[in-house]
Design a protein around this ligand. Structure first.
Ligand SMILES: Cc1cc2nc3c(=O)[nH]c(=O)nc-3n(C[C@H](O)[C@H](O)[C@H](O)COP(=O)(O)OP(=O)(O)OC[C@H]3O[C@@H](n4cnc5c(N)ncnc54)[C@H](O)[C@@H]3O)c2cc1C
Length: 187
């Protein structure tokens, strides 16, 4: 029987020390979340991949990063890896202040955290509503959006149809789909 498999982002790895860091959202349902919630030292996790990795070119005038907490590792890596002088506008949805993460970066970062304050993940339009209010910097932008699939799709549509983004420079990933197990999509 095929084992249960889910996608996670490598947040950090250290080949010399033989360690890697994964950051799991504990959403209370599903084999991956349940495993992470109850894992004990000595338990085994089989890791396959990487299947591929998206390298973001550093030549854009600015970068838009948006997502929910499943994308914190991916957005965190992009924020920390973009070089000095790169301009980033980021909108990240988490439940509350306690769930915010701090990023170390050389880049010029404007970070907006939005809070669900107890509303279930995947049921609000906080990211889209916040983006609608933001005046974007001038120039060519690259956008990376990841999180609940309907959110990601709606943000992509907003950027390409209402904000003049080049569709080729908008990467929108559905990392999970509200109400469906083991779902992910690219928009
Ligand atoms: C490329 C990629 C990278 C990813 N990186 C990460 C990562 O680093 N960290 C991370 O936490 N997730 C990450 N995800 C998302 C993760 O794979 C999904 O959330 C996955 O569905 C979790 O599996 P599960 O077994 O816990 O739940 P499933 O069995 O897949 O789903 C069970 C139920 O839980 C719901 N559900 C799934 N995820 C969530 C959630 N986050 N909040 C609320 N309800 C949910 C589903 O809609 C379903 O109803 C990534 C996804 C992709 C495609």
């Amino acid at each position: 029987m095929r084992p249960e498999m889910r996608d996670y982002t490598l947040r950090y790895f250290d080949t010399a020390a033989g360690t890697l860091v994964l950051d799991f959202v504990l959403h209370g349902d599903g084999p991956a979340s349940s495993w992470a919630a109850s894992v004990a030292i000595g338990d085994k996790l089989v890791i396959g991949g990487p299947r591929g990795s998206l390298v973001v070119p550093a030549a854009f005038d600015w970068y838009l990063l948006a997502g929910d907490e499943t994308a914190l590792p991916a957005l965190g890596r992009r924020i920390e890896e973009l070089p000095a002088g790169a301009k980033i506008v980021a909108v990240i949805e988490v439940d509350s202040l306690a769930e915010e993460q701090h990023f170390e970066t050389q880049a010029d970062l404007v970070l907006h955290y939005v809070h669900r304050n107890g509303q279930p993940a995947g049921t609000t339009s906080l990211i889209l509503d916040t983006l609608r209010e933001i005046e974007f910097p001038p120039g060519d932008a690259y956008a990376y959006i990841a999180g609940e699939s309907a959110m990601s799709k709606a943000v992509r549509t907003h950027l390409t149809e209402e904000r003049g983004f080049n569709p080729e420079w908008v990467k929108a990933a559905g990392y999970w789909l509200l109400g469906t197990a083991d779902a992910h999509e690219a928009h």
